[in-house]
Write a protein that binds this ligand. Structure first.
Ligand code: HEC
Length: 123
């Protein structure tokens, strides 16, 4: 095995940490928190008039879900009608940057991994 000087080990560790941060970093706008991907400025200018972008960034959904939220705001919250291309750009952005999340709870344990049930009838 190659033995590294402790200082070299430190640099290696630091490099690994920095590199993994760079790889996982998704650039976000510091003011709104929106992911800086295609169409983000359209979303910022259209969707942060009435509420903070946090309402968007904390939400997730497929295209149909996002579209239904837009319709709901148009029907009940005074969101204006959006031009076709404008709406496509917004939906493309939302669908790809804030997609439906996979279930966030872990799967149920299989029966053989469960502890024995002390209340089970002994017969
Ligand atoms: C005319 C004002 C207005 C504009 C513009 C607006 N919204 Fe909203 N939106 C609202 C209101 C009001 C609510 C409800 C806020 C609350 O529940 O506190 C809301 C709620 C939401 C929610 C939360 C819905 C839920 O199910 O919890 C999301 C997501 C959202 N807006 C996204 C957007 C997006 C995306 C756009 C741009 C297309 C947008 N909003 C533009 C008024 C607006």
């Amino acid at each position: 095995m190659i033995r590294l000087h402790p200082i070299a080990q430190g640099f290696l560790l630091l490099g690994t940490i920095i590199w993994s941060t760079v790889l996982s970093a998704q650039e976000t706008d510091s003011a709104s928190g929106l992911i800086k991907a295609e169409g983000w400025q359209v979303v910022q200018s259209t969707c942060t008039e009435c509420h903070a972008a946090l309402l968007i960034t904390q939400n997730a959904g497929n295209r149909a879900v996002w579209e239904s939220r837009i319709r709901w705001m148009q029907e009940t919250q005074g969101l204006r009608l959006l031009a076709v291309e404008e709406e496509q750009t917004i939906l493309d952005y939302l669908e790809s940057n804030y997609p439906q999340k996979a279930a966030s709870r872990r799967a149920v344990l299989p029966a053989q991994l469960m502890p024995s049930n002390p209340y089970e009838a002994e017969d």
